[in-house]
Design a protein around this ligand. Structure first.
Ligand code: NAP
Length: 681
């Protein structure tokens, strides 16, 4: 079989013989891949012109629904990918992380649409007041970049590596060119074929390169974004590429990482934490044959428990059945290929120059249900180094396979120092039930890790484990780990968007952001806004209510109804040394009275009160003061129907400005209502 590239909207074969690709277990050649002959400049131009133009015009809600549809479509076909994935050496558990983990990312990013406006761009944070009079303000907006996201991926997660990145750039409104690592590109190609066949993505949203990246980076421009996952040396080459430097192209890098797991002093043998620790180490060494960017490479334990830990890990690894993942009972499959086995063995030699091998032997291990000759197999190998503060390779060399080093620490300070010796990693786990130790470790070690998992008897029940990057959390790490950041929920989409500060009148900023800004022009509507359907309400539309004088009886009655007898509302003699000069009305009374002023009582399109976003009581309201309300449409978000028989509706945010007889604001709040749409379809 010859893999094809998907370029400029067509499936095309590369020229030449191509690189042979092999089944990791049988060694049988299964495909060839070549990108020779592709016009990378034209692919990028097509991505910018067609894919970018198509995606950027969609709103976040439309893009999110597209991701969800795609996730459902791929989920229906997952068994096909599992079958292909066996050929990469992965067990079903390994493939679950890759395939369903990748599709899960699409779902997670699809759901984030609800936290974004139904617009192609969004405004970020709070406005900045830039003038005394309030006629000149500032804000920030983020718009999709006009280029292409180029993802150069590692071989270990051909599906997850692609989808965890594409989910983010698609939600942001950018198209992608994916270049999977060639040796496992047959699995990425399988998935991309279905994505294209689904017709869910607009034209140009995705292109695929199966084979070398060639001179692709020569053509990157200022609006493009590059992400890279792989070895630090390739990362360095890409980072220093002249076109990347010249055009200031952001390059997000995830590289080698000497991740560590630390056993807390409280987690002595016999505690649940000790057992959890051993289980986590076994999982990290064997899942995906240790070919995980987040896999534990350094196991750091109190010196007094090191013998027990070594023995427990040995016992735990003992039952690990290695072999062809298609066969029943196999716990650990093959590495991605013979070349990868060779690379691990070379790194192992370096590590062995300062460590002892205490579990596993690369020259003597059983391959059950498969052939050691043809397959890319290795056993889990535990090394030990008893003077880790003096050693260097254990903190510098990553053997990208089932290899980890056990080492002791004397006190927490030393454990933190050892963790930091990795010079930046993706993830560190601290296994302890002692909150003080956990806090000290986390605060001190956080500078050197992208993520820290605290594992104990309570969190273990639902913990996703050391090795799993989560879509809503940041994945990346400082220093050696590449200094990158992926995913992280909404943080991730910012990598594919340009932030622009905007300045102008509140009215101009309201028009751009589609959020009412305080001080902007208010338009008095012709009828009460509660009589209007969702579609008919305009941002900035305002109702100015009649007024009400607050009385002492109001305060007394509210105290009785609410049972809130706080002294400032009930005891006029207790106010010395307080901000109040008289018995003061409850803030919630002021808000409730405001509702009494602005609500239109008759049944209409407003279905319910949905709550409050923010609320401030800015000036005391005393009996005798008169209050009125300006109710302004601040923001509107359409809601999707969850069931066929649902109403079509949306959430309207209203700015409630309660002011007194001097015109000064006494309370300001954003309230939310659910409002019906006119159209039932
Ligand atoms: P690699 O050789 O650096 O390759 C990574 C990707 O870069 C592949 O797609 C590769 O394409 C491509 N590439 C290589 N040279 C290139 C160039 N000059 N220009 C453009 N693209 C280029 O790494 P690998 O051997 O696939 O991966 C293993 C290493 O990656 C491990 O040692 C591990 O440390 C690291 N890794 C890190 C993470 C992480 O998230 N931190 C995850 C997985 C792996 P070809 O396949 O066509 O060569």
């Amino acid at each position: 079989m010859r893999l094809k590239n998907y370029a400029e909207g067509s499936w095309v074969e590369g020229t030449g013989g191509g690189q042979p690709l092999f089944d990791a277990c049988s060694g049988e050649q299964i495909a060839t891949a070549s990108s020779a002959g592709l016009d990378f400049g034209a692919m990028l131009a097509y991505g910018r012109k067609t894919g970018n133009r198509n995606l950027r015009k969609y709103t976040f809600h439309e893009r999110g629904r597209m991701l969800k549809a795609l996730a459902l479509y791929l989920m229906d076909r997952k068994e096909k990918y599992y079958n292909t994935s066996y050929r990469t050496g992965a067990t079903r558990t390994d493939s679950w992380i890759d395939i369903e983990g990748g599709i899960g990312n699409l779902f997670a990013y699809a759901s984030l649409r609800r936290r974004l406006p139904d617009l192609p761009y969004f405004s970020e944070g709070d406005p900045a007041m830039l003038s005394k009079g309030g006629s000149f303000i500032g804000h920030h907006i983020l718009v999709p970049k006009r280029g292409v996201a180029i993802h150069i991926n590692a071989y270990n997660f051909p599906v997850w590596g692609m989808l965890e990145k594409c989910a983010v750039n698609w939600l942001a409104g950018m198209p992608a060119i994916v270049k999977p690592a060639t040796i496992t590109s047959f699995l990425a190609e399988d998935v991309v074929r279905d994505i294209i066949d689904s017709g869910i993505l607009p034209e140009g949203a995705l292109q695929l390169i199966c084979g070398s990246a060639g001179n692709l980076l020569d053509f990157v421009e200022d609006q493009d974004v590059v992400t890279f996952t792989g070895s630090a040396s390739t990362g360095m080459t890409l980072k220093s590429h002249p076109a990347i430097i010249r055009n200031a192209v952001p390059l997000n890098m995830e590289a080698d990482s000497l991740n560590c797991i630390i056993l807390g002093r409280d987690a002595s043998p016999g505690t649940p934490e000790f057992d959890l620790f051993v289980k986590e180490v076994r999982r990290e060494m064997t899942v995906k044959c240790g070919q995980k960017c987040t896999a534990v490479r350094r196991i750091i334990v109190p010196e007094s428990y090191i013998e027990e830990v070594e023995s427990a890990i040995r016992t735990s690894l003992h039952g690990c059945v290695i072999g062809d993942p298609r066969a029943q009972g196999v716990r650990m499959g093959a590495l991605a290929g013979k070349v990868q086995v060779q690379e691990v063995l070379e790194k192992l030699q370096l590590l062995l120059s300062e460590c002892r091998l205490v579990v596993g032997d690369p020259n003597a291990f059983d391959v059950q249900l498969g052939s050691a000759e043809t397959g890319a197999y290795l056993p889990p190998m535990l090394l030990r180094q008893d003077s880790p503060m003096q050693a260097s390779y254990i903190h510098e060399v990553e053997a990208f396979g089932p290899v980890a080093t056990l080492m002791p620490y004397r006190n927490l300070e030393e454990a933190i120092e050892l963790a930091q010796k990795g010079k930046g990693s993706l993830c560190s786990t601290f296994v302890s039930y002692d909150s003080e130790h956990v806090t000290e470790y986390t605060i001190e070690a956080a500078t050197h890790h992208g993520r820290i998992l605290v594992l104990d008897r309570e969190s273990s029940v639902e913990s996703t484990g050391h090795g799993s990057p989560m879509p809503l959390l940041v994945h990346g790490g400082p220093g050696r780990a590449g200094g990158g950041e992926e995913m992280g929920g909404l943080r991730g989409i910012r990598h594919y968007m340009q932030r622009c500060a905007i300045q102008g009148t509140p009215t101009a900023i309201t028009a751009i952001t589609q959020q009412y800004q305080y001080g902007a022009r208010q338009n008095q509507g012709d009828i009460h806004p509660f009589k209007k359907h969702f579609e008919d309400l305009q941002i900035g539309e305002t109702l100015t209510t009649h007024k009400r004088t607050v009385t002492e009886a109001d305060v007394v009655q509210f105290a009785n109804v609410s049972w809130d007898h706080f002294y400032a509302h009930t005891d006029a003699t207790s106010l010395e040394g307080t901000p109040f000069t008289q018995r003061v009305a409850h803030g919630y009374f002021v808000l409730a009275a405001a509702a009494g002023l602005f609500v239109d009582a008759a049944k209409g399109p407003v279905l319910l009160n949905y709550g409050l976003d923010e609320c401030r009581f800015t000036k005391p309201v005393y009996p005798g003061m008169t209050i009125g309300v300006r109710l302004t449409v601040k923001e509107k978000t359409a809601q999707e129907k969850r069931e066929e028989e649902d109403y079509r509706k949306g959430i309207v945010k209203w700015l409630v400005d309660v002011y007194d007889e001097t015109g000064e604001t006494v309370a300001i709040a954003t309230i939310l209502t659910m409002v019906k749409m006119k159209k039932e379809v």
